[in-house]
Design a protein around this ligand. Structure first.
Ligand code: GLA
Length: 731
């Protein structure tokens, strides 16, 4: 709900559990007054204190009132050059060389339904789901207008934000920074939580107290990156899963980003999230506009679980455009770890023949099917079938797979090219690369300049003929290197600061076209695993390969970190062979299945080597996953332990909305002799219901399972797993 008190210029956004408020204060500066637990309507600007602070300048209109300074007041969208020395959200360079922006309130608009952003991913919703508030600010000297967009999804406690900067002046300006979100909070005793890692070990949970100055994470790789995720949190020092005030902020963007948190001199704090200002500069001629990517906030007054669940619900239902709709998505088998580049049509059909009787429904042909792609040294860019490997083409292969009752899917990496390819030989000028400089290679490949429509159109046409050549129902869209020598032959020197962003816009435009032309195709995102696992990609690709690391134990950590923002239905997760290809660890097959079914569930191993016993396990686990699909994919997620901290076991659960069903998964660590007994306290159940556990005769009271817990059996051996299916027995 949006409440606008036009007399006092007070704007209040209420969600089910939270309230967010702004006020255009003296001189029209838009101040942030409150964000936290839901409050009844009140003007919360009484919370803002000000006093004469040395070295805190006062705007001209304040005359000699020294108590009014942008240096100390909580700003809704911070500027630069006029007295606020904290993190700026907007940096403008005028044609006189000045770098000053001074924003003042000019007006507002309230709209039913959720705003959309042209060419950019955004949460969507009609009237009834969400409402929109737009606040108009202006820098009077340059006549640059800043429109602050707010989307309020009441049921999900979700507030989205985006900013549009319009040059209404008669002179050109240069946008040097335009953040999507600025959040000023009146205290500084927060922990800053970020999700960081590396290839094959993405999104580890990192938490540290905010210290004086600026702390930031971000990416300058051209993609959101394996190293840091564009989702961060601030929380009270003692906050945990079930208690404490916390805020989560995600950026729906797949390129360079920065998430910076600052603790100011007077122990207040500011979070700024948006496109990374480094390598970014957007000239705006008179009449031109720039729209930032969308950011989204959830505040939970009661701990991390509620925060994550709200993000999960909102992402599931108002971000992913899942054209599978209510249909269950297929359990897949992917050829990569089974065959790598070394296969023929016969091998692939054999793999599919092994998979079909086990209940696996989709066969995905990964890398190696096109051009002369017999290794990762060549072939990218040549999107035509390799007839040496697949003599009958994709059509024959797909129909053999279809005849087994399975769907057929394909891997692509459209943004890339190898020098050893027909495409590069024909169009060497289509790659990103700066004049006079050699190209850095990444995985022996170069990056196509996706900011250019002609390049995208060429690849799109090639892809279209592939898609029309066979019955293809799934695509895995990969992106296997970071960007370097970012320079586009299509733009003049003064506009090269646009290229990183235009590259991302180009990827989005391509994906949007694909989505529009082939709505029935399920697209899974990927970037060497989870190098572009973000809300931007999720708008186009409703699931993303979470990590190239399929080891069950490492995945516990990766999926734990991922779960803070992203729902299980978005997390690509497969069972692979042991010893694991990434770390050599051996884990039981059941455990690999338990961990992989906390995501989209699939297989990536050579089933021709599987024993009859292993096949029986796979068939059983696949049937189990299908039986509990809705619970896993749409149930509320509860982290019951913290991997890494709890060395004896890791546990998590899905609970249905009506609390009548739950699936609890437990995975133990390395075995120990004479282990102590373990009791696991569950969460999210209905305290008044009684539950059967794995069909038990005994009924366990919901309150007892949550307050006293459930005793776990002793499991011998390393990395064992257990799943408990709880079903309410009473009406
Ligand atoms: C990336 C992906 C893998 C696989 C290979 C193929 O590394 O993350 O899953 O598709 O590329 O080259």
């Amino acid at each position: 709900m949006i409440i606008h008190d036009t007399k006092n210029l007070l704007f209040t956004l209420h969600t089910r559990h939270t309230t967010y408020q702004m006020k255009a204060g003296p001189y029209g500066v838009l101040l942030h007054t409150y964000y936290g637990a839901r409050l009844e309507d009140a003007d919360l600007s009484y919370l803002i204190q000000s006093t004469d602070r040395s070295f805190s300048p006062n705007p001209a209109e304040a005359g000699h009132c020294r108590a009014y300074s942008l240096d100390t007041l909580p700003q809704e969208y911070s500027t630069s050059g006029v007295g606020d020395f904290r993190l700026p959200s907007l940096e403008l360079e005028l044609d006189d060389g000045s770098q000053i922006a001074d924003l003042r309130y000019r007006g507002y608009e309230v709209r039913r339904g959720k705003y959309a952003l042209e060419g950019l991913p955004a949460f969507y919703g009609t009237a009834g789901d969400a409402d929109t508030l737009v606040l108009f600010l202006e820098d009077a000297v340059s006549q640059v207008e800043v429109q602050l967009y707010y989307g309020v999804f009441e049921a999900y406690d979700l507030i989205t934000r985006a900013v549009r900067v319009v040059n209404h002046g008669s002179r050109p300006v240069r946008l040097r920074r335009a953040a999507s979100l600025c959040l000023d909070l009146p205290r500084a005793d927060w922990d800053f939580i970020t999700f960081d890692g590396r290839h094959a070990m993405e999104r580890g949970f990192h938490r540290a107290p905010l210290r004086p100055g600026v702390q930031s994470v971000g990416s300058l790789r051209g993609a959101s990156s394996h190293q840091h995720n564009p989702f961060v949190m601030l929380c009270e020092p003692d906050a945990g899963e079930t208690h404490g005030l916390c805020y989560g902020a995600m950026l729906l963007y797949s390129g360079n980003f920065e998430a910076a948190a600052e603790r100011s001199q007077f122990a207040e704090s500011r979070l700024v999230l948006g496109i990374h200002p480094h390598h970014f500069c957007f000239p705006l001629a008179p009449g031109e506009a720039f729209t930032t990517p969308e950011a989204a906030l959830v505040c939970s007054p009661g701990g991390f679980t509620a925060l994550s669940q709200q993000f999960h619900r909102a992402i599931r239902t108002h971000l992913r455009r899942d054209l599978y709709g209510q249909r269950r998505k297929p359990v897949l088998i992917n050829s990569w770890e089974a065959a790598y580049f070394d296969f023929s049509a016969e091998t692939l059909v054999q793999l599919a023949q092994e998979a079909a009787p086990l209940g696996i429904e989709l066969f995905v042909l990964d890398d190696g099917w096109f051009g002369h792609r017999d290794s990762d040294l060549r072939g990218l860019g040549d999107w035509f079938v390799n007839r040496e490997k697949l003599s009958g083409g994709l059509e024959a292969l797909a129909s053999k797979i279809n005849a087994l009752g399975m769907d057929f899917g394909l891997w692509i990496e459209p943004e890339m090219v190898n020098e050893d390819s027909q495409l590069f030989r024909t169009h060497p000028d289509w790659v990103l690369g700066a004049p006079g400089r050699p190209h850095s290679r990444g995985r022996s490949q170069l990056v196509l300049d996706f900011s250019r429509a002609e390049v995208r159109n060429h690849i799109y046409e090639a892809l279209r003929s592939i898609l029309s050549s066979a019955n293809i129902s799934y695509l895995k869209w990969d992106m296997n290197r970071s960007l370097t020598e970012v320079w586009s032959a299509a733009l003049p020197p003064e506009r090269q600061g646009e290229v990183y962003h235009r590259y991302v816009l180009g990827v989005y435009e391509f994906l949007e076209r694909l989505h529009r032309d082939y709505p029935q195709i399920l697209i899974e995102g990927c970037s060497g695993g989870g190098g572009r696992f973000d809300g931007g990609m999720l708008y186009y690709t409703p699931q993303i390969w979470c990590s190239d690391n399929t080891d069950a134990m490492d995945r516990l950590q990766i999926q734990h970190g991922t779960s803070f923002c992203y729902p299980a239905c978005a997390v690509g997760a497969h069972v692979s062979a042991v010893p694991n290809a990434q770390n050599g660890r051996v884990t039981p097959l059941e455990t690999r299945c338990t961990v992989a079914m906390s995501g989209t569930f699939g297989f990536e191993l050579d089933l021709r080597n599987a024993t009859a016993e292993e096949k029986a396990v796979i068939a059983g686990q696949t049937a189990f996953f299908k039986a509990h699909y809705d619970l896993i994919q749409t149930g509320d997620y509860f982290r019951l332990t913290e991997p890494g901290r709890e060395t004896r076991f890791t546990a998590w659960a899905y609970v249905s909305e009506d609390r009548r069903e739950a699936l609890v998964s437990i995975v133990t660590g390395a075995a120990q002799a004479a282990p102590p007994f373990q009791i696991l306290r569950l969460r999210g159940l209905d305290p008044s219901l009684r539950y059967k556990v794995n069909g038990s005769e005994v009924l366990y009271a919901g309150d007892a399972l949550m307050q006293a817990g459930y005793p776990l059996p002793m499991l011998l051996g390393d990395y064992q797993s257990l799943q408990l299916y709880l079903e309410a027995a009473n009406p």
